[in-house]
Design a protein around this ligand. Structure first.
Ligand code: AHR
Length: 350
């Protein structure tokens, strides 16, 4: 390298060093914090205007309601809608109008929509294995509400939230057993069952029968399904009353209030006094039933609680949070008599 070239290289190096120094000083980098005091605490930061909470996706629950057959059912739907709103849960509600096929379609549509949790109030107990397998394959947890499902594999649903229908039947049976303990001779009982194959219809009947079995003079003389509706209750009771007087039932066990209302109309039409000529016990405890109970045309009403919304939403949240739930959750329930009816009526929500 010639002398000239060496000089040029020296000048170039000098220029480069000056430029680099200037660039660094112009940047004015902030000093690197060395202590924790220089940073706000987590709480301070979360309360500051700069803090943006991470966007939380609302939980989506698809709920297949079985129908609109009774005041109980309407109260159950409203409770679930209200609780969803209160908990910030998005609810997709489908009414199956008493059709299990429609419930299957609803579940499939929830799977397509990729909801977070599926809730089902099953119209009947049997036939759920395949559709629940589909939900399981899609990775969507299922909660059974109100009634039960009869499936081989209990891992197909997380939990059941609903009444102890057998116990409700037992309460009704005990009321009749105790009330008629001093009545001699044969006592015939007529039974208006709910929807055939539904859990409340099966279990209320079994519970009642378990108590009647203790007495050999009380037995079911007539029994038929009336679908939990007032209309059917009236029709079936009309038919029951066609028998000769000496075969007529002295007691009516109606599996819900609506059927009892229909039966009362039939009993009055036959020229008889409901609550006197025929002792009546029903289940649910709607305000209307308690008013009729206080008036003396029904003798006792076993409570069945429809307000399951808060428990259902809580369960959905727990599942999404990864917590384990008990396999069965049962609300507390009572029996109302003519003495307690007027007081209880004031607190009824349906
Ligand atoms: O499954 C609960 C029952 O269904 C209620 O007793 C009845 O009124 C309803 O329709």
């Amino acid at each position: 390298m010639g002398k000239m070239a060496s000089w040029l290289l020296c000048i170039l190096l000098l220029l480069c060093l000056t430029a680099c120094t200037t660039y660094e000083s112009e940047l004015k980098l902030p000093p690197v914090p060395t202590t924790d005091e220089s940073l706000p605490s987590l709480e301070e930061w979360m309360q500051s205007a700069e803090y943006m909470p991470p966007l939380k996706k609302s939980i989506v629950v698809g709920f297949s309601q079985l129908g609109t057959e009774s005041a109980w059912r309407m109260a159950n739907t409203t409770s679930i809608q209200d609780a969803a709103k209160e908990s910030g849960i998005t609810l997709i509600l489908k009414n199956a109008e008493q059709s299990q096929t429609k419930q299957f379609e609803a579940v499939r549509s929830f799977i397509r929509q990729k909801v977070d949790v599926i809730a089902i109030a099953p119209v009947v107990e049997s036939g759920w294995d395949d559709i629940l397998q589909e939900a399981k394959r899609a990775g969507i947890p299922v909660i059974i509400v109100d009634r039960s499902v009869d499936v081989q594999d209990s891992s197909l649903f997380v939990t059941t939230i609903g009444s102890d229908f057998y116990e409700e039947g037992v309460k009704a049976g005990k009321y009749i057993r105790d009330r008629l303990r001093n009545v001699p001779g044969t006592i015939r009982v007529a039974e208006l069952q709910g929807t055939s194959g539904s859990t409340p219809s099966i279990q209320r009947g079994e519970g009642f029968r378990s108590i009647l079995a203790e007495r050999d003079n009380i037995f079911f003389s007539q029994s038929a399904p009336a679908d939990f509706t007032e209309d059917k209750g009236r029709q079936v009771m009309n038919r029951f009353l066609q028998v000769p007087k000496e075969e007529r039932a002295q007691v009516l066990f109606a599996h819900n209030d609506e059927m009892a209302f229909g039966a009362i109309q039939a009993i009055q039409k036959a020229g008889l006094k409901p609550g006197e000529d025929i002792i009546i016990v029903s289940v649910d405890g709607s305000r209307k039933a308690l008013r009729i109970l206080a008036d003396g045309q029904i003798n006792a009403v076993v409570e069945c609680n429809p307000l399951l919304g808060p428990q259902l939403m809580q369960a959905a949240k727990e599942i999404i949070a990864g917590r384990t739930l008990p396999k069965r959750m049962v609300p507390r329930e009572d029996i109302f008599t003519q003495e307690s009816a007027s007081r209880e009526m004031l607190h009824r929500r349906f």
